[in-house]
Design a protein around this ligand. Sequence first.
Ligand code: BGC
Length: 732
Amino acid sequence: MHLPLSPFTALAAAAALAHHARGAIDPSAAGAWAAAHSSASAALAKMSQSDKIAVVTGIGWNKGLCVGNTAAVGSINYPSMCIQDGPLGVRFGTGTTAFAPGIQAASTWDVELMRQRGSYMGAEAKGCGVHVLLGPVAGPLGKNAAGGRNWEGFGPDPYLTGTAMAETIQGMQAAGVQANAKHFIGNEQELNRETMSSNIDDRTMHELYLWPFADAVHAGVASVMCSYNKLNGTWACENDKAMNGLLKKELGFQGYVMSDWNAQHTTNGAANSGMDMTMPGSDYNGKTILWGPQLASAVSSNQVAKSRLDDMAQRILAGWFLLGQNNGYPGVNIKASVQANHKENVHAVGRDGIVLLKNSGVLPLGRVGKIAVVGSAAVVNPAGANACVDRGCNTGALGMGWGSGSVNYPYFVAPYDAIKTRAQSEGASVTLSSSDSTSNVAGTVSGADVAVVFITSDSGEGYITTEKVAGDRNDLDPWHGGNQLVQAVAAANKNTIVVVHSVGPVVLETILALPGVQAVVWAGLPSQESGNALVDVLWGDVAPSGKLPYTIAKSAGDYGTKVQTGTDSYTEGLFIDYRHFDKAGITPRFEFGFGLSYTNFTFADLKVTTTATSGPATGAVISGGRADLFDTVATVTATVTNTGAVEGAEVAQLYITLPASAPSAPPKQLRGFAKLKLAPGAVGTATFNLRRKDLSYWDVGRQNWVVPSGSFGVSVGASSRDIRLTGTLSVS
Ligand code: BGC
């Protein structure tokens, strides 16, 4: 089956085309896709069948300048497409920025930084002649705390991830590069990712895993990557329900679906289920080729309709026209120097994504005479920041996980470097023990005013195994004996500050039980500006303002989900991360949305207005789903006051509780957030606009989003458990 593209209004297309004449179409503007398709359809008319096959088929592994390439088509001046990883910048670049990973961007809860990050990544990709940059990531969402690639994305809350997807995509595409939302869908673990099946029920699919992809489509994403795993027993890249049903029909996706690398299994199955481009075009030995000549014969023998081939090619060309790449796009040069001022975004995301978990008052550092720095993770990998292929080792300071979602660091400011520079400027001295050995550490730290100890936890993509971690983490403990290292430090220095660089949650119970541990700084994955970001917070140039994008549990078993060895039946349904802890009544150590500051904030004046009516969505399907799902139907406001002595930023968070008439649902679900930067004494207003979708559940029987009637709980606070204001919103 293939789905014809939806009709468009002549007016909207004309408006978008007028804009197109000046260059790129604003990819999120109404009518933008229609205009792009109209250009694509005109181009298609000039193409032979073999041209069309060339557009949809990669030229093979390791054959071009990029990780994925298609052949050029002279008749329409279409270049060889350069398709390049990845979600935090241009992979294999040498003059490019190593942006902070997605999870760090999520940890800032700052939509402006997210968008700027997207736009800078887009600018660099374009500068390198990359047509499609393979990111951002919404799958894995992160149902398993140990999932190896969770750090590439934005964490296990679909609303936070959906918002980050939209901001990133709009930033990237406004800069001229095609974004790629990946991996679609159910690719939640590395173990057996190419054989296992994710069996996801319909409601869970919609309310958790599909949700951020809907936001990505609504934001105008040009392409989507189907994943390696099976979904409900059928390969994701052969899944008619997922690609044709959910993505193209229900979400009205106008762009194209490309396979993950070698995730295609059959010629006709993929074509007829909605896959539009095969990557890299052969297996890794260059042997099995499933499209190319095979697709040509399938079309000749009518096993794949000619109209399906046209549809594939048109969708791909539409992505190219949508971004104005037909107009003076740079040639491919992955080694181009394109960093400009982009490190400022890395620095800001690194800093504002830092979450202060514990502080007995030792931070910010006042006048200190002697600082001890401890841990192998305080310094750059002695062999060089890029010594390990695709960052496949955890040696030295940790700034990102490993795999195809990594990039080269142009430089790396390690924590020790920045602490030393800063301390010297303050007249303080710094001693260092750059190993994780506990034997001589007492000598380094005793007598220091403070001891700053660095611990890590790493993970990545399953094609690399690092220290017995084959992608997914084996446990949620710190690596390299981190608990013992902190014990040794804290025993010898009563002013110990623990800094954690990690891909995801780490169980901190051992560390928190130590009386010498005065502060825990969750520094996440800050990439190349690691030390600079940290120093800003340690010395209080900027108050910490990050909030956890996941729950930190007291024990790994508390999450209720784990990496599976065979089929994953997703029996936890909607209840992942905080949704599970809330439902099961488990107290986490640090809840989703938690983070301390150097100042205090109070919340007041909750106001709720709504025009919402109960019942199903009724709008026509636009990019992202039925149009009315994106209408604002309620607005919640609250004031936030900085009552402390220093400037700071608070992330006000809105959680919704569905009324009793709805089917069983998580007790609270994030449906809005606002980051307010406030001077001491200043008052700001957090405004949360709720879309119809934000008040809906997925009704399996009606196959639609439905707003239930009754009284919705409205909770506004500083975390998912630190609720400061409650109210109701009634819908009849
Ligand atoms: C990964 C993708 C990546 C592709 C190309 C695959 O193994 O799953 O995320 O884009 O390789 O490097």
